[in-house]
Design a protein around this ligand. Sequence first.
Ligand code: CMP
Length: 145
Amino acid sequence: QKEKTLGLIKPDAMNKIGQILDHVYRNGFMITKLKMCKLDRNEAFEMYQEHRGKPFLNDLLEYVTSGPVLAFEVVGQNAITNWRKTIGPTDPATARSEAPNSIRAQYGTDKTRNACHGSDSLTSAARELEFFFPSTGPKRRNTAQ
Ligand code: CMP
């Protein structure tokens, strides 16, 4: 089943954009939207709303607002699950032993600075794509309607 999901290169891996996007294509995905931006604290809090109350939330927000990020729409067969497999386990140390070819194994540093993000469900994929690539607004509205 063809799906779309969000990919996000985090600040620590922005010097590896080329390698990571190459990795995306080598794993059979297509990139259909792409945007570089710097999130402020409120935006990061909105993006990571499912982690409210978690002990690592503050570190995560500090880190993900520390520099620019690259957001992209990833399209492919079962993209939500398969993109997460391509990224690998949250902790790059685990990734290096269990999924050495994964993005986090190759480009991640630690549990916070783990290079890349992927949406974890159909609901969060839709929400996170809408967050970075809003589908409504004057530029999108059909003038005839
Ligand atoms: P990401 O896929 O962007 O989604 C949530 C992020 O929270 C995750 O990657 C990690 O960077 C971070 N995270 C999850 N669990 C932990 C943890 N136990 N300690 C620190 N950071 C974590």
